[in-house]
Design a protein around this ligand. Structure first.
Ligand SMILES: [Mg+2]
Length: 383
């Protein structure tokens, strides 16, 4: 039973799924591990109808699973607080959107602290996550720095103030020392472009060694990095060495990790103070699981920053956790325009996204377009 009053007789009537093509404003290049990420990103959208009300959101649930849920009582889907029960969490985004629409509340006001359930607006810091290795075709480091500075300036013009830079060029795509030198020059270039106030994060996608990490941190002390993400595959001994060295050098970038195939000990290490920011994926780990984890991390003063890239929906959904998790850091903003998906309730201004007061996740779907795409790419079960 949920705290939100759902009529007893309401049952899952219909579940639909479609893939909606989307496009980034600019192609995203390689990172330390992977090749070009490109410009095309699809939104995988499921929609549920219960009691004549529809909610939609990202899901990877397939037709067979959805079919088995037709006829289930709506009250079975949620716990007392309104979180989706574990069995249905693969479909939690459409269900949370639905619940918000039924309650007439945005998702963040279903789970927020007392503060958030007052009517004062909730502003969530976000960062521009688009600074990939877009420079690998350039042999001259000065030209590479200029290119990344132009990209950072584009982000500023779009309302961003905080930026994450992909680093680790020397792990795979460039010669080791040249790659490291270019990473360092680009970090300084981006700091110069964005000015003194914005946060800068770097993300090596596990492409650094411990010693390479130290070299980069020492050479970029003046750029005041906010966090260092996935320097190398998380390892308690290496991170402890890094922390001791940073303390001695007077460097205070936060250590962030956990997005990939994270160590099962990651949360424990975070609670022990080895890792400052936990980054489990907003979909792989999940929204309701994040509410639970975030509260636990809050109790140990560990920061939360769900990973979200290349999925469209995470840009909007992730920020709704900010009202429930005190240590929530940033929305990761990977802009993708998707036909049929109206995201006009969300805007980046001065490095902040103000969460919309529209019920559910605050996005709107073009019914006719969704139905066409469902016929081309997806499925429908129920009536
Ligand atoms: Mg990352």
């Amino acid at each position: 039973m949920s705290k939100i009053d759902i009529p007893k007789q309401w049952r899952v009537e219909r579940i639909e799924w479609a893939m909606l093509p989307g496009r980034r404003p600019r192609e995203a290049g390689c990172n330390a591990r992977l090749g070009v990420h490109g410009q095309n990103v699809a939104a995988r959208i499921g929609r549920v109808t219960i009691g004549g009300v529809s909610g939609f959101g990202w899901t990877r649930v397939g037709r067979e699973q959805a079919e088995a849920w037709i006829g289930r009582s709506a009250n079975e889907l949620f716990d007392e607080e309104g979180k989706v029960q574990r069995e249905f969490r693969g479909f939690e985004y459409p269900l949370l959107d639905w619940l918000g629409r039924v309650a007439g509340k945005p998702v963040f006001r279903l789970f927020g602290s007392a503060d958030a359930s007052s009517q004062s607006p909730v502003d969530v810091p976000c960062y521009d996550t688009t600074l990939y290795f877009d420079d690998l075709h350039l042999s001259d480091t000065g030209a590479a720095v200029d290119l990344l500075k132009r990209e950072a300036a584009e982000g500023l013009a779009l309302g961003h103030r905080h930026f994450k830079i992909k680093v680790g060029r020397g792990a795979r795509w460039m010669e080791h020392a040249d790659g490291l030198a270019r990473d360092i020059a680009i970090i300084h270039g981006v700091r110069e472009t964005i000015g003194a106030n914005g946060r800068i994060m770097i993300d090596a996608n596990n492409g650094y060694t411990l010693n390479g990490t130290k070299e980069v941190l020492a050479a970029t002390a003046g750029a005041r990095l906010y966090w260092l993400e996935e320097a190398f595959h998380e390892d308690k001994i290496l991170y402890e060495d890094l922390r001791q060295w940073m303390a001695k050098e007077g460097l205070n970038a936060l250590i962030a990790d956990g997005e990939g195939q994270a160590s099962p000990s990651l949360v424990e290490w975070a609670e022990q103070g080895v890792i400052d920011v936990v980054q489990y994926d907003i979909f792989g780990y999940g929204f309701c699981a994040w509410i639970e984890l975030g509260r636990k991390l809050d109790a140990s003063h560990v920061k939360s920053a769900p990973h979200s890239y290349g999925n469209v929906f995470g840009n909007y959904a992730s920020g709704h956790l900010a009202a429930a998790i005190a240590g929530y850091q940033f929305e990761e903003w990977d802009p993708v325009a998707v036909e049929g998906l109206d995201d006009s309730a969300y805007a980046v201004r001065d490095g902040i996204v103000r969460l919309p007061e529209t019920p559910g996740f605050g996005l709107q779907l073009d019914d006719g377009y969704f139905a066409r795409k469902r016929e081309e790419t997806g499925w429908l079960v129920g009536k």
